[in-house]
Write a protein that binds this ligand. Structure first.
Ligand code: KG4
Ligand code: ZN
Length: 350
């Protein structure tokens, strides 16, 4: 059993957690949503300054809540990629400094790997192989989790990520950032069949049909823009917001579900773990669960607080790597992007 303290600061949540293998001992999340809301999205410079303000209080609170001392911590981890570079630097510098001062090993963690590990925190018996449907503000991917730390990215979005589509469509509807939670709430009152929208299929070259696992959400966003403009011309500003939210959300849920189930069946997998902020979406949770049932597939959704960014999922990934004797050199830097298949580059594997 190993105990890891992790720092997550890749976007607009400063988070510090302490995890013992797959068990959360503390998980402090300082969200910056209120700060960025007034700008309609994350302002990178403000995000890094806010991380700087919040990281030390979060570290103190994580230790206090866990009732542990530095002697009880086996290693320190930090998210090193992907994310906003200025924000990543703040968290990683804090984590590396703690590792040096307390003479502990350091592990740099890939943020998307963290989203995969969020499922283990909720279902400690989950083991690879399984399919991960990773749907966040910056990524939409289907990842074949073959073994611990061994991934194959089998499908992605060609343009906007699913969460980004929620955020952009919310903006078109005059709704606040982040768009996902408010669209989800309004959709509950609407008719999901009210408007027919394009699902965003990606063509294969030479008229060979459509890519089975890739998706595209920019066409759906444009269709929403056209529909909103037309409805405004016909009826003024009195938009059927709930129906628009429900129809948009159902279209996204259908697109993601279809690809995830197809991939699972093609790869002979029986389990789908969903991760990332959009995994919190009630329409996706309902539709995917219902369709997976038809094929006898098991679906794992983390609880809502572990869907969006948090350091517990980062610490959980770090525990697994630490137990396999993976360590990062302190010279490992932060990068805005890295393919999840290449995570071994972050470690001196012994
Ligand atoms: O994973 P996350 O916290 O940050 C990234 O790593 O990107 O995901 C944030 C995204 C935002 O785009 C937000 O609108 C979306 O997750 N989101 C949702 C819901 N809650 C958050 N999207 C749809 N339905 C929700 N309930
Ligand atoms: Zn995330």
């Amino acid at each position: 059993m190993s105990v890891i303290l992790a720092v997550e600061s890749s976007c607009d949540e400063t988070s510090v957690a302490i995890v013992k293998n797959r068990n959360i001992l503390s998980n402090i999340i300082a969200s910056q949503i209120d700060l960025h809301k007034q700008y309609g999205g994350v302002v990178p410079e403000l995000a890094s300054r806010q991380h700087l303000e919040m990281v030390n209080p979060c570290i103190d609170k994580a230790l206090t809540d866990s009732q542990l001392s530095w002697n009880d911590i086996d290693a320190i981890a930090g998210t090193v990629t992907p994310g906003l570079v200025g924000s990543l630097i703040v968290g990683v510098t804090a984590a590396k400094t703690l590792a040096m001062v307390h003479n502990k090993p350091f592990l740099g963690i890939h943020h998307l790997e963290g989203h995969i590990y969020a499922s283990y925190l909720n279902d400690p018996d989950l083991e690879p192989p399984f399919l991960c449907l990773l749907v966040s503000g910056g990524h939409t991917s289907l990842i074949h989790v073959k073994a611990s730390g061994v991934y194959e990215n089998i499908g992605s979005t060609r343009d906007d990520a699913a969460g980004e589509a929620f955020d952009k469509v919310a903006r078109l509807l005059g709704l606040p950032y982040p768009g996902g939670p408010i669209i989800d709430k309004l959709a509950k009152e609407g008719n999901r069949e009210a408007f027919k929208l394009p699902e965003g299929r990606v063509s294969l070259p030479n008229n060979q049909g459509f890519h089975p696992y890739d998706s595209s959400f920019s066409g759906l966003k444009t269709a929403m823009l056209r529909l909103i403009t037309k409805l405004k011309e016909e009826n003024g500003d009195n938009l059927p917001i709930a129906d628009l939210c429900a129809s948009f959300q159902f279209t996204v849920a259908k697109a993601l579900t279809k690809r995830a189930i197809r991939a699972c069946l093609d790869l002979n997998l029986t389990k789908i773990a969903v991760g990332g902020g959009v995994a919190a979406n009630s329409g996706l949770r309902q539709h995917l669960s219902q369709e997976a049932d038809k094929h006898n597939l098991q679906v794992f959704f983390p609880p809502l607080t572990l869907c969006t960014d948090n350091a517990a999922m980062i610490a959980c990934a770090a525990c697994d790597h630490f137990n396999h004797h993976w360590r990062s050199p302190l010279s490992v830097g932060v990068v805005s992007r890295m393919n999840i298949e290449e995570i071994h580059k972050l470690y001196d594997i012994t």
